[in-house]
Design a protein around this ligand. Structure first.
Ligand code: FES
Length: 140
């Protein structure tokens, strides 16, 4: 069996939503100190809807595929839906990732959450701190 699914290869070779949003409403950046990969997510938010999302990922193929899939999964969705996106859902949408590559999908979940936290912080919107507990801390 191939190590990577067709969807992983597709999103790695043709990543969706690559780039920068200059006037982003929220920006989230996370890195994994073990592998050194870094992911940055930019959000444009209109009302409660994520109207645009872009990413820059300096990382492995699984991280690029995870960023691409995760951005597709939250585009046009509400903030609360985006907050519910888990790395497991991203990996499932990619038809799976090898066990030792699951941490790559965690970067996508966390970068999105940090971008939403940034949006809340910039706009003085109060939120439940537990939503973002542990994000950005060192992981294996
Ligand atoms: Fe680190 Fe994939 S190997 S994000």
């Amino acid at each position: 069996m191939a190590l990577y699914s067709g969807k992983v290869m597709d999103h790695f070779r043709n990543p969706r939503n690559v780039g920068v949003i200059e006037d982003a409403d929220g920006i989230g950046e996370v890195g994994n100190p073990v592998c050194g990969d870094i992911m940055k997510i930019y959000l444009k938010i209109d009302g409660d809807i994520i109207s645009d999302v872009k990413f820059e990922t300096f990382g492995c193929g699984s991280a690029i595929a995870s960023s691409s899939m995760a951005t597709e999964m939250i585009k046009g969705r509400s903030i609360s839906e985006a907050l519910e996106l888990t790395n497991k859902a991203v990996a499932e949408a990619l038809d799976g990732l090898p066990a030792h590559k699951m941490h790559c999908s965690v970067l996508a979940e966390e970068a999105i959450k940090l971008a939403l936290k940034d949006y809340y912080d910039k706009n003085g919107i109060s939120y439940d701190e537990s939503l973002f507990a542990g994000i950005g801390e060192d992981e294996e």
